[in-house]
Design a protein around this ligand. Structure first.
Ligand SMILES: Nc1ncnc2c1ncn2[C@@H]1O[C@H](COP(=O)(O)OP(=O)(O)O)[C@@H](O)[C@H]1O
Ligand SMILES: [Mg+2]
Length: 348
């Protein structure tokens, strides 16, 4: 019965012997690796999937130490030559039996992850907005009362207190306003994405002249339809983080790359688009702290003491308003944010 269960699982399951040779795999694994069990049986697995040395070492270690582990985003080269990115979990069952579960991290998976991420972000946004409104309502009253009180106080020492109340209320109001995000309807006007990037570039040069900004533009990109000042804001939020991360980490030769590309037949969320504009913002800074990766785009998530944690959440909601999204890949020395904006004509 267990065999039957295994055969119907959609997760790829492989069983290796003590020499890391394949003794069995289920049909899902055959499909994933694009080869049949009969052809692989008895052969050492590490030599069959490229990137072998590393996979072999990890498997041997799990066997020797009798310790399960999960490897994320491992790159395998299949017998067909195709590259595959997978997560895999190894569980040693006995001294000469290793169980391997492999999960592809390909496009399909990315799409469902994006969807899940997007719904989660929507929920958080609704929550944050609700909270922001509740915080904002009494602020006007507090400010007004403090002003009146200040007028009636003769002691400048006491007036100092009302001044602090007013200043703090203003700071809170600004914070809440930025949490509420852009509250006007976004415009859909033809705009040139390179104009947006050039604007951001000139702002950053003034802020951080030490950072070298490399431009890699695809001049054949047509105009897209959107809100120029909102997109400047989104790109600026992402690029400014990169510049801040590089300067704070004291990177020797900080470099920011602004790259544009056209992507054809590209799927965003559940929709397939004929043409998508990709803006990549790449830096050679320290990378995104691992603790932030899952929640990076949530409001109030920040890795910096004085950060508000709103920059990326605002940027992401601007991209959503353009039917696009932002995705991110990061490792120390190389962080890439990609802003993806569909370029179909809108009829509104
Ligand atoms: N390019 C990057 N390199 C390293 N860390 C980054 C990068 N971009 C964003 N981060 C991290 O993500 C956090 C959230 O960014 P953001 O939403 O703009 O909020 P804030 O900048 O106010 O902290 C930053 O505090 C930083 O820790
Ligand atoms: Mg920021």
């Amino acid at each position: 019965m267990y065999q039957r269960l295994m055969e119907h699982l959609t997760t790829a399951v492989l069983l290796l012997d003590g020499e890391l040779r394949l003794s069995w795999m289920n049909p899902a694994a055959e499909a994933l690796l694009a080869i049949s069990l009969s052809r692989l049986k008895g052969l050492p697995l590490p030599s069959l999937v490229g990137g072998g040395a590393e996979v072999g070492e990890l498997l041997a270690k799990a066997r020797d130490e009798f310790h399960p582990f999960t490897q994320r985003e491992a790159r395998l080269t299949l017998v067909t030559g195709e590259m595959l990115t997978v997560d895999y979990t190894v569980s040693p069952l006995s001294a000469d039996e290793l169980l391997l579960e492999v999960e592809p991290r390909d496009r399909l998976l990315r799409i469902s992850r994006e969807e899940a991420l997007q719904t989660r972000q929507e929920t958080i946004k609704v929550l944050a907005r609700g909270l922001a409104h509740e915080v904002k309502n009494p602020l006007g009253g507090i400010r007004g009362a403090a002003q009146l009180l200040g007028r009636d106080l003769d002691d400048p020492g006491l007036q100092e207190f009302t001044r602090i109340i007013i200043e703090e209320v203003d700071r809170l109001r600004d914070l809440v306003d930025s949490m509420l995000g852009p509250n006007r309807v976004i415009r859909h006007e033809p705009l040139n994405i390179h104009k947006v990037l050039e604007r951001v570039r000139s702002l950053l040069i003034v802020e951080q002249p030490k950072v070298w900004i490399e431009r890699d533009y695809d001049p054949s990109l047509p105009d897209l339809s959107g809100d120029e000042s909102q997109l400047i804001q989104a790109v600026l939020n992402v690029a400014r983080n990169a510049v801040e991360a590089m300067t704070e980490a004291g990177v020797a030769s900080p470099q920011l790359t602004l790259r544009t590309r056209a992507r054809r037949q590209f799927t965003l969320g559940a929709e397939r688009h004929r043409l998508v504009c990709e803006v990549a913002i790449i830096d050679n800074g320290p990378g995104i702290p691992a603790s932030l990766r899952e929640t990076l785009f949530y409001p109030m998530v920040s890795g910096r003491a004085e950060g508000s944690g709103l920059g990326l959440s605002i940027a992401q909601s601007i991209l959503h308003q353009h039917q696009g999204l932002i995705e991110c890949e990061s490792e120390p020395g190389h962080t890439q944010f990609r802003l993806l904006i569909p370029m179909e004509k809108r009829h509104d």
